[in-house]
Design a binder for this molecule. Structure first.
Ligand SMILES: Cc1cc2nc3c(=O)[nH]c(=O)nc-3n(C[C@H](O)[C@H](O)[C@H](O)COP(=O)(O)OP(=O)(O)OC[C@H]3O[C@@H](n4cnc5c(N)ncnc54)[C@H](O)[C@@H]3O)c2cc1C
Length: 505
C-alpha cells in the first residue's frame, strides 16, 4: 500500500464509498478505511424520490453508470437482482392508540397514504445495506480505491499539508497519510472522538430513542384487508409507519424475506431503566395490539440495536484538511427518510469542493449548508413529534414535507434548482419563514386554524394535489396535479409533459 494519498475516507458506508468513487473519477488517489468488514448490517434503508434523483445526478455527472440502476425498482431488478431490495411505492401511516385494536375508520382519518411513484417500475426502493454497501465497495475497489478494512484508527495528527492517521490492522501498526480526510464514519464517529469535537443540540428538539432490528416472519399489514382494495398502492409496498402519541414505528420489507423494523419515541426517563431490549420490544407490542398481531410470528435475526439519544449534532463539521459527511455531522430521526438525501447533498457539495481544491471558503460554505440542512430537518421532525398523537395535525404536518420535497424534485428535474433553495426549501425567501412560523406553532396544540394555515402556506409550492379533503387521506400520483402546478414552477404544461416523458412516464 502506498502510504500517501490525495484523499482518505474513514468509513465505507454507502456515502463514504460513493464519495470515494467520485474522487477516483476526479483523478485523486483514495484510501478508504473501514473498522468492520463487508457484508455488514447497516441501518438507513428507505430511499425517496429526491434521494434517487440525486443518486442519478451524481452517477451521471461522475460517470458511474453501474450505480444509476440503483435509483429505481424496475431497472435495479433487471440489472442487479442479487442486491437485496424492497419495493417502495410511497409512505403509508396508520395511527394507533394504546390498548386498542386498529380498525380502518370509514372516513380513513386514522390512515394516510402518499404515493411517490405511479407504478412499480419507476418506484423507489429500500436498500438492503449488507448487499448494497458491499456492492459499492467492490465497485470502488474496481475504480482503484485502496481499501483497508478491519482497521482500528486511534490517532490523527493534522499537519500543515496533510493529515496522519495511525492505528492497528490485524494486530500490526497501521499508518497512512493523506492531503485531505473525509470522515464518513457516522454519528459520534472517528473525528468526533479523535479531535474531541464538541457536540451541539438541535434547538427545541425532544430527547428521543430508538430500538430496532431485522426480522423474518413479519405478517403483511394490509394484504388481506379489503379496505385497501382500491388504494393508490399496496400499503405494505411502502415505508409503512405505525404512529402513536410520542412516537412511531417503521416496517420496511425487502425481497429476501427480511423486514427491517423499529420504533422511535420521545424518551420517558422512568422507562429508561428497562435494559433488556427484547423485553422493551415485547412491551411495545403489547401496548399496540394490532402491531403485536403483525409481529406475532416475527423473529429478530440479528442483535437488537438501541440508540439513545437518537439525535446528534456536531458544532463544527470542517477544519483544516478535513470534513465530515452529513451523517457524521448529525442525525435527526428516520421519520421522512431524510438521511440518504442529506448524505447525497453533502456528497455533491464536497465533490465540488474537491474539484476546486477544498479551499477554506468552499469548506466554510459546506459547513454552513450542511448544518443548516440538518437544523431545517430537526425543526420539521420536532414539530412532528409534537403532533404525533393527533392524526389530523400530523397529516397536515407531513404535507409540509411532501410539498417541499415534491416541489424540489420537480424543480431539479426541470433544470431549475434555483427555485428550490436548500433542503426542505429552508432558504426559500417566501416559503421558508412561513414554514418556520408554522412549525414553531405546532408545539401549541395545533387546531383547525393551524391545519388550514398549512394548506394556505404550501399553496404556492403544492404541485402534487396535497391537502385536498376530497382525496380522503389517499394521495395517488396524478399527473394532472403537476400539469396544473406548472406555473408555480415557472414552467408550462408542455415542459412538464417533456419532463414526464424523460422520466419514462
Ligand atoms: C435508526 C435509523 C434509521 C434510519 N433510516 C433511514 C431511512 O429510512 N432513510 C434514510 O434516508 N436514512 C435513514 N437513516 C440515516 C442513514 O442511516 C444514513 O443516511 C446513512 O447510513 C449514511 O450513510 P454513511 O455511509 O454516511 O454512514 P453509515 O452507513 O453509518 O456507515 C458508516 C461506516 O463507517 C464505519 N465506521 C464507523 N466508525 C469507524 C471508525 N472509527 N473507523 C473506520 N470505520 C468506521 C462503520 O463500520 C460503517 O461501515 C437512518 C438512521 C438511523 C439511525
Amino acid at each position: 500500500m502506498s502510504a500517501d494519498f490525495d484523499l482518505a475516507i474513514v468509513g465505507s458506508g454507502f456515502a463514504g464509498t460513493l464519495l470515494a468513487m467520485i474522487a477516483r473519477r476526479l483523478g485523486r488517489s483514495v484510501l478508504m478505511i473501514e473498522r468492520g468488514r463487508h457484508p455488514r448490517f447497516a441501518i438507513g434503508e428507505s430511499s425517496t424520490p429526491l434521494a434517487n434523483l440525486w443518486l442519478e445526478i451524481l452517477a451521471d455527472r461522475y460517470d458511474l453508470p453501474r450505480l444509476r440502476p440503483l435509483s429505481q425498482w424496475g431497472i435495479w431488478q433487471a440489472s442487479h437482482p442479487h442486491i437485496g431490495c424492497g419495493l417502495k411505492r410511497g409512505f403509508s401511516y396508520f395511527h394507533h392508540s394504546p390498548g386498542k385494536t386498529w380498525e380502518a375508520r370509514n372516513d380513513r382519518s386514522d390512515q394516510l397514504l402518499v404515493a411517490a411513484s405511479p407504478n412499480d417500475f419507476v418506484a423507489d426502493t429500500h436498500w438492503y445495506r449488507p448487499d448494497f454497501d458491499a456492492f459499492l465497495v467492490e465497485e470502488a475497489i474496481r475504480l482503484g480505491v485502496e481499501y483497508q478494512d478491519e482497521t482500528t484508527l486511534t490517532a490523527c495528527d493534522i499537519e500543515a499539508d496533510g493529515i496522519q492517521m495511525a492505528g492497528t490492522r490485524h494486530g500490526t501498526p497501521f499508518r497512512a497519510r493523506a492531503r485531505f480526510l473525509v470522515d464518513a464514519s457516522g454519528p459520534r464517529g472517528y473525528l468526533h472522538q479523535a479531535l474531541g469535537l464538541p457536540e451541539a443540540q438541535f434547538e427545541d428538539f425532544p430527547r428521543t430513542r430508538a430500538l430496532f432490528s431485522h426480522f423474518t416472519g413479519v405478517a403483511s399489514w394490509a394484504q388481506d384487508n379489503p379496505v385497501f382494495g382500491d388504494a393508490p398502492f399496496p400499503p405494505d409496498d411502502a415505508a409503512l409507519h405505525h404512529t402513536f402519541d410520542g412516537g412511531w414505528m417503521w416496517v420496511l420489507r425487502f425481497n429476501n424475506g427480511v423486514t427491517s423494523a423499529g420504533f422511535a419515541e420521545v424518551s420517558i426517563p422512568s422507562a429508561a431503566s428497562v435494559s433488556d431490549p427484547a423485553r422493551t420490544w415485547s412491551r411495545f407490542l403489547n401496548r399496540f395490539p394490532s402491531i403485536g398481531q403483525q409481529f406475532a410470528s416475527a423473529q429478530p435475526i440479528r442483535p437488537w440495536v438501541r440508540a439513545e439519544p437518537l439525535a446528534f449534532r456536531t458544532s463544527r463539521c470542517v477544519g483544516p484538511r478535513w470534513a465530515q459527511l452529513p451523517m457524521a455531522a448529525g442525525f435527526v430521526d428516520p421519520l421522512f427518510s431524510t438521511g440518504f438525501v442529506l448524505s447525497l447533498l453533502g456528497i455533491d457539495r464536497l465533490a465540488r469542493a474537491l474539484e476546486n481544491g477544498c479551499s477554506e471558503t468552499a469548506l466554510a460554505a459546506y459547513e454552513t449548508e450542511t448544518l443548516a440542512d440538518l437544523d431545517a430537518t430537526a425543526r420539521l421532525i420536532s414539530g412532528a413529534y409534537r403532533v404525533l398523537g393527533k392524526p389530523d395535525a400530523f397529516e397536515a404536518l407531513t404535507m409540509l414535507y411532501f410539498a417541499s420535497a415534491s416541489f424540489s424534485e420537480t424543480a431539479l428535474r426541470l433544470g431549475r434548482p434555483e427555485l428550490a433553495p436548500g433542503f426542505l426549501l429552508r432558504a426559500h425567501p417566501r416559503i421558508a419563514p412561513a414554514l418556520r412560523a408554522l412549525l414553531a406553532d405546532a408545539g401549541r396544540a395545533p387546531d383547525d386554524a393551524w391545519i388550514a394555515r398549512v394548506a394556505a402556506t404550501i399553496e404556492p409550492i403544492n404541485v402534487a394535489g396535497l391537502c385536498d379533503p376530497e382525496k380522503r387521506h389517499w394521495y395517488g400520483v396524478d399527473t394532472a396535479d403537476l400539469l396544473q402546478g406548472a406555473s408555480k414552477l415557472e414552467s408550462s404544461p408542455e415542459a412538464i409533459q417533456d419532463m414526464l416523458r424523460d422520466c419514462g412516464l
